[in-house]
Structures are given as structure tokens and as C-alpha cells.
Design a protein around this ligand. Sequence first.
Ligand SMILES: Cc1cc2nc3c(=O)[nH]c(=O)nc-3n(C[C@H](O)[C@H](O)[C@H](O)COP(=O)(O)OP(=O)(O)OC[C@H]3O[C@@H](n4cnc5c(N)ncnc54)[C@H](O)[C@@H]3O)c2cc1C
Ligand SMILES: Cc1cc2nc3c(=O)[nH]c(=O)nc-3n(C[C@H](O)[C@H](O)[C@H](O)COP(=O)(O)O)c2cc1C
Length: 610
Amino acid sequence: MSALPALPLPPTDAQPLPDARLRLLAELTQGLDAGALLYVSGYAAGLAAAQRRGLLPAQAGGRAHEETPGLQRPRATVLHASQTGNGRRIAEALLATLEARGLAARAVAAGDYAVRELAQERLLYLIASTHGDGDPPEDARAFFDFLLGRKAPGLKGLRYAVLALGDSGYPKFCEAGRIADERLAALGATALAPRVDCDVDFGAASAAWSDTALRHALDILKPGGDEPRLASVSPLRAPAPSVATRDAPVVAEVLVRQRITGRASDHPVTHLEIAAPADRLAYEPGDAAGIWHHNPDFIVARIAEMLKLDLTASVACGGEERTLGEWLMHHREITRLSRPVLEAHARRSGAPALEALVRGGAQARAAALRDWQLLDLLEAHAADWTAGDLVAALRPLAPRLYSIASSRSEVGDELHLTVAAVDYRRHGARRVGAASHFLASEAPALRVYIEPNTRFRLPADGDRDIIMIGAGTGIAPYRGFLQERGVAGARGRNWLIFGARRLAGDFLYQAEWLAARKRGLLHRLDFAASRDGAWKVYVQDRLREHGAELWRWIEGGASLYVCGDAARLAPAVHAALADVVRTHGGHAQDSAQACLDELVSARRYLRDVY
Ligand SMILES: Cc1cc2nc3c(=O)[nH]c(=O)nc-3n(C[C@H](O)[C@H](O)[C@H](O)COP(=O)(O)OP(=O)(O)OC[C@H]3O[C@@H](n4cnc5c(N)ncnc54)[C@H](O)[C@@H]3O)c2cc1C
Ligand SMILES: Cc1cc2nc3c(=O)[nH]c(=O)nc-3n(C[C@H](O)[C@H](O)[C@H](O)COP(=O)(O)O)c2cc1C
């Protein structure tokens, strides 16, 4: 192919690059032939797609950061505060729709958003999920702090809409979205439509919200007028069809399935190794794998028996028809209880205790929703259900996430998982968690996709020390971290502080950690056993015990990681870290918190808790 002459560049107010970047672009493309130009364009489109998926942070120097208000054309910003990917996917889909209609738009993760730009926004779509106990996602804390803080600007010129994601099983349902919505209004912004609060089966509600968002954007941004139009979605921008997604997972072979807790342990954990072709299941240490499971047949059979329903009967729901057995096995949540099912069952049974629970305090209801399975409800309070009503009331089956416990650089085309069994007895009957039971069973292949977690990453600088704090399966990502650092020859030190019930039996991957210690790859290892001996010792106790050393590592620039239980571990570790900062860093109560906040902002205190 022959080299093409350089094209004149478009006028600066019709393109999104500052002059300096434009000159670089002209220089780069000068004299390239068509093949090379297509390569550059594909490379840039790939970067844009990765940025939209949150795999790359929005780069300083892009239009998000360099446009001056005078040069801006009206544009929609789709801001997503998402932790487990649901909100991010909705934002990406909305962005693709807006762009396909020729509207100027961008999608930004709240963690990458330059908050000073808020004052210049004219059209904002905020998609915010709630985590922890009514908190915003980890990555979005700084955005929420800014929005709720005294420095938040007046937003009279802003029009916005909020989509809140949550789970009505929690007492503070959709709290983060609600708070953001109210604050935006208080700052003078105009809501284009009432906020939509979505429960776990958010598909229909979020699609309707996105439709409304598109209508408003068409109205406000008016494509095809005087404003320059963006091209509609080009094939180069579409994600490669082979990459696994939540809706199109890869069927991956299970290569190894092995129990890794000892016989003495009453808490079985399974280690899985799964074939992971790089083009379809690309991941980095810190990411999670999404797994589609199916429900245990003995639970399906027991539900049918209790309700005297025929599993072979045909049931139509949402335009689809299948047998009741298929619905319950593959398409509905039957181990997690939802609020609509609890309420419907209370009505059907007329049981006063249940009605009181439904009408009563949020905490008691949340505890029931957290601890009871559908079978517990059916066994405690009899009620009649038809097959059709049951299928319509139960939530669609959702995949479960598992932290990836490996690094490609060590294991090649595989990904490893560490799965704790949810397996217990209630009133003498066996109860299991659907996905963990499925993963520990004989299934030879799994339907898998990758859920990127860009906020839980190793420091780019391999010379930095890292401190990995976790309990139980919270150890999983650290195995990947250490593998990655080992292969890369990172010179920073690695410290693992890990808690489990007993040293004998529950110290996951013990042999590997000890071998790494011997090789000099793991520089410190502290174990906390909560059920060995007379004293219960937890990781937070170890943090305080080794506070002076911990503080030295932090002062020396170490990154802190916390992974595992969100309800107890994360707050207890946070309190212990604050104590360490106070005691050894000489901070007062307030400034200790400020110091931890700074570590969060600097991405040196990272949490992946669930
Ligand atoms: C980002 C992320 C990463 C994760 N990483 C991991 C990981 O690396 N390893 C891992 O094992 N898990 C991990 N999890 C948790 C995992 O996704 C599942 O939630 C977990 O395996 C349980 O799912 P399940 O389908 O087995 O149970 P479900 O079927 O969802 O739940 C069973 C039900 O049983 C009840 N129940 C559960 N436990 C008990 C109990 N002990 N006593 C009484 N009742 C109970 C509750 O009612 C619960 O709703 C992660 C979660 C997230 C969000
Ligand atoms: C550990 C954890 C805590 C949660 N806490 C809440 C909560 O307090 N209130 C709520 O409404 N939803 C809560 N949820 C539900 C999430 O908001 C819901 O799953 C949402 O779809 C997640 O969206 P995301 O993937 O964009 O983060 C919680 C979910 C998890 C995993």
C-alpha cells in the first residue's frame, strides 16, 4: 500500500483534542499508508472501549480534562458509581445508545471523575449502587464526599436523572442513589425524571430508565442541529464478539477441583482451576470471575414437594415457556429470599408473625431476608402457590462473583478460584448455597465471564511494598498478587496478615505461602486463629500487635489491601488501622481518619469486601 498524503486537520472547535495533542496526531499519522492508519484507529478504539469498560482510567489529557467551557458542545455525562459491575454495564449500554443516535456523550466511573467538572456539566446521568451498610461503592467514596461536602458547587444549570441500584433485602435500600439524588436537587439541579430505585432484578426498570434518558438527551442535545454529530457506533468500537460477557459467558473446562481445607476443618473450601483462553477471559490479579450456576436438584425437589407442585408442568412467564423444573433449576433464585416473595408469602399464609415481620422494623426484616432461604419460609408457614405465581414472584437467577486467585503470568491460560461452601443445617434439614454447592460438585465445565475490578490493583511501581489483609476466602486475590509480583520480579516487600478459624486445616494455601516465605518472596506472614486455644485472635488484633512495624511500612509508601467479609472484617480492620495511625503515627482521632482517607484517595488503601 502506498503512503497517503497528510490530511488537513479539522478545525479545533469541532474536535475534542487540545492543540498540542492534535500536532502530535498529525506528526504520528504523517505519511502512513492506509493499513497503518487503520491500525492506529483500531488501537485508539480499543483504548476507548477499555476505558469505557473501566479497564483503563480516563486519562488526564483527554477531552474530559482539557476542554474549556467555552469550547464545549452540549454533552451528556453518564457517571457510574458501581462496585460489582451492574451499574457500569448499564452506563456502557446507555452510552452506546446515545452515541448511536449521534449524541455527544461520555461514560465515566465515579472513581475517575474529576469532580471540578461537575460545575460545568449540563446533562448528567448518575447510576449509583449501594454497598456495605447503605454506603456508596468503594471507588465512588471521594465523589460522594465531594458532592455531600461544603465545596460542592451550585448546580443551577444542570439537568440530571438518577438510577439507583440496590437490594430490597438490605435495610438501607438504594441509599447511595437516594442521597445523591437529594443532594443534586438541593444544589439547584433539575431532575428530568423521578429517581428510579431498582431491586436486584433491575433489568426491566433500568431499561425503562435508559429509554427515558435517551428521550431527554435527544430533546436537550438535539443531534443534527448546529452541533457537530458524532459518528454512529462503528464496528471498530463494538466489543470483540469473542470476549465473554455476563450475558454471553464462555463455557470453560474445569481442570482441577480440590478441597484445600484439612479434615479438621468444619468449613470446606474448594480450589478450582479453570481453562481461561486469553482472548475470551482476559483478567488481571484483583479481578473477579462471574459464574453462572444452576440450583441444587434436591432443593428444587423439596420446594415442589412442599407446595405439591408438578415439576413437569409447563409454565409461561415473561413470554417464555418451560417446565416448572427448568424454571426452578436454571432460571430462578431459590436459595436467596427476596422481599417481594416474603411479602407475597405473608399475604398468602396469613401468618400473623410473618405479617408483623413484613410491616415491622427494617432491621428484623433484613435479618430474615439475609438468614432465611425459601425453604425456611415454606416450612415455617404453609401457604398455597400456583406454579405460575411462584415463577413470577421469584427473582431471575443471577451469577455469583468470585475473586480470581491466580495471575496469568504464573498459570498461563487458566484462572483459579477459592470457593467456601455454604452448607449448614436448619431444624435438622440441610441447606446449601446454590453457587458454592454447584462449584464444589462434579460439573465438568462452567459458564464464566470476567468482572474487572480496576480499583483493586497492584501498585504500578513494583518497588512499592504491599500489605495484604484478609480472612477466609479473602485470601484469594492475594495469591494472584504474589504470583504476579513473583514473576515480574517486583522488588517491593509483601506482607500477608491472614485470619481463619484454625491454623491446622483452615490456613488456605499454607504450603504455598510458606514456600514463598522461604524463597524470600513473602517478607512477612502473620496468622490469626479465631478458634485455636483459649483466645480468639482476629486480623485486627494482629494489626494492633504489629502496629509499629505496620506504621513504618505505611510511612515508607506501602499499599494496604483488605479483602473478605464486608459486615465484620472491613469495619474491624478499619478501626484497627485508625488505632495504628493514632498510636504510632502520632495522629489525633480526626487526623487519623483523615490520614486513612488520604490513603484511600491515593489508592493506597484498597478494599474488596463482600
Ligand atoms: C466481589 C466479590 C468477590 C467474591 N469472592 C468470593 C471468593 O473468592 N470466594 C467465595 O467463596 N465467595 C466469594 N464471594 C461470595 C460469592 O459471590 C457468593 O455470594 C457465595 O459463594 C455464596 O453464594 P451461594 O450461591 O453459594 O449462596 P446463596 O445461594 O446465594 O445463598 C444462600 C443463602 O443461605 C443463607 N446462608 C448463607 N450462609 C449461611 C450461614 N452460614 N448460616 C445460615 N444461613 C446462611 C442465606 O440466606 C443466603 O442467602 C464474592 C462476592 C463478591 C461480591
Ligand atoms: C456486600 C454488599 C452490600 C450491599 N449493601 C446494600 C445496601 O446496603 N443497600 C442496598 O440497597 N443494596 C445493597 N447491596 C446490593 C447492591 O447494591 C446490588 O447488588 C447492585 O445491583 C450492585 O450494583 P453494582 O454492581 O453496580 O455495584 C449490597 C451488595 C453487596 C454485594
